[in-house]
Design a protein around this ligand. Structure first.
Ligand SMILES: Cc1cc2nc3c(=O)[nH]c(=O)nc-3n(C[C@H](O)[C@H](O)[C@H](O)COP(=O)(O)OP(=O)(O)OC[C@H]3O[C@@H](n4cnc5c(N)ncnc54)[C@H](O)[C@@H]3O)c2cc1C
Length: 412
């Protein structure tokens, strides 16, 4: 990939779609749209790190729901992700530290072999990137989009650095304008801000501490989650038998556990996990990510739509951030395919409104649901803890309700 060049505005051939942001969601969007026959470019500011089997498992992993696996499979990348390094989980066990009330989801009750898969973010992103060239996606990396101008029939991009992954196409400068601009540029989305799209939400005042740990007992292909007074602790199965943790903690507590030496960290984690998998024997290095709820008020502007975390950032307690983003991808692809079949401009306001309305209401419902769960599990007053325990035990016994919850999480 070539080095960045100074800011320039590129003009030239008109593409159908320019996707900005090559994280998991943007890369999946570019691939899905190219496979659906749209001429597509992907612009990414930072070259993705190559994934190598001999490297330590990426600290960032993602729980992929069946809807995400189905999309990745339809893009012909799932088999490669699964075979390289991914772990399925067949059960999910969620319990409350204060009351002990638990709820368990089992894939066999759904007539399935698994509920979801845990895969490394870098592996998913890298595998998608590997497929882009063959699908005919123009890749511009590193290339930072610094502005855009919407016109009657196109949107023109301003770039700082126009590195093209195909060096031969550097001369002459091919130019870049598209009918539609897809902003998949993450929670801080510069494009959302440039488009004047406001967000609402709040900071959880928590950080998600992540690490991979070896425990005395194996994970049993189960995703474990214990709700503690400071936030949830998830232990997610890895392919090598270890577990990947996401430990949501108040800011100061997160800083404290990050500073512990490995032995002290393992000891505290053992207690926090209620020794469900026995003592924690070893840990990798740790990292922490700020947690917030952030929803864009609108997903659409003139010739522009938001996708993934640019549109919605949610608490990781339900492990659904990327899954929502990949549902955005499927909806956008289907909407644009339908518009093209009807002979419409794919970026006409009513076309984009259809995508935006559908995904905005679905994402809002989910994000509010996760937020409500975070709040309910933060209750510490004894009567509220008792009410929560009653509710959890009731849901666990109501098979039809549990099935509906599982189907919703699966994206069905
Ligand atoms: C601790 C933690 C645990 C999580 N666990 C899960 C889980 O189990 N399951 C799940 O589904 N989700 C999970 N998530 C959420 C998930 O990680 C995010 O939803 C996901 O990474 C968002 O992907 P994205 O592609 O939308 O954005 P990003 O990954 O943020 O990608 C945005 C990209 O845009 C690029 N970019 C930004 N600005 C520009 C610009 N101007 N020009 C060009 N490029 C630009 C950036 O370089 C970046 O590569 C978790 C999150 C956290 C913090």
């Amino acid at each position: 990939m070539s080095a960045a060049r100074p800011a320039s505005r590129l003009r030239g051939s008109l593409l159908d779609v320019a996707v900005v942001g090559g994280g998991m969601v943007g890369a999946a969007a570019a691939l899905a749209l190219a496979r659906a026959g749209f001429s597509t470019a992907l612009l990414e500011a930072r070259p993705p790190a190559p994934w190598r089997a001999e490297d330590e498992v990426d600290l960032r992993v993602v729980g992929l729901a069946p809807s995400s696996v189905a999309l990745l499979d339809s893009l012909d990348v799932w088999a490669s992700i699964r075979e390289r390094r991914a772990a399925s989980y067949a059960r999910m066990h969620v319990w409350d530290a204060r009351s002990g009330a638990a709820i368990e989801f089992d894939a066999t009750a759904e007539g399935r072999a698994w509920l979801g898969w845990i895969a490394e973010n870098s592996l998913v992103q890298w595998t998608l990137w590997q497929a882009l060239e063959a699908a005919g996606v123009q890749r511009h990396c590193p290339a930072q989009v610094t502005g855009f101008q919407a016109h009657a029939d196109r949107i023109t991009l301003d770039l700082a650095g126009d590195g093209l992954s195909n060096p031969e196409s550097r001369i002459p400068n091919p130019g870049l304008s598209a009918r539609l601009l897809v902003a998949a540029d993450g929670a801080g989305s510069p494009l959302r801000q440039l488009a004047g799209l406001e967000t609402h939400g709040h900071d959880y005042g928590q950080r998600g501490v992540v690490a991979h740990v070896a425990t005395e007992r194996p994970h049993q292909h189960t995703a474990w989650q214990r709700f503690l007074p400071g936030g949830p602790l998830a232990l997610l199965p890895l392919a090598d038998g270890r577990s990947s943790i996401v430990w949501s903690l108040p800011e100061a507590e997160a800083q404290r556990v990050l500073a512990l030496d490995d032995a002290a960290f393992c000891a505290e984690l053992g207690v926090a996990s209620d020794f469900r998998l026995g003592p924690v024997l070893s840990t990798t290095r740790r990292a922490a990510f700020p947690l917030k709820l952030q929803l864009a008020d609108r997903y659409q502007a003139e010739r522009l739509v938001l996708l993934g975390d640019a549109a919605h950032a949610v608490h990781p307690l339900a492990g659904q951030g990327v899954n929502l983003g990949l549902r955005d991808v499927a909806e956008l692809r289907d909407t644009l395919v339908a518009a093209r079949a009807a002979g419409r401009d794919i970026a006409a306001p009513h076309v984009l409104r259809r995508y935006a309305r559908r995904r905005h209401s679905a994402d809002t419902l989910d994000a509010r649901g996760f937020d409500a769960l975070a709040r309910i599990y933060a209750w510490q007053a004894p009567p509220l803890v008792a009410a929560r325990a009653l509710g959890v035990r009731l849901v666990d016994r109501l098979a039809p309700l549990k099935r509906r919850l599982a189907a919703h999480a699966a994206g069905r």
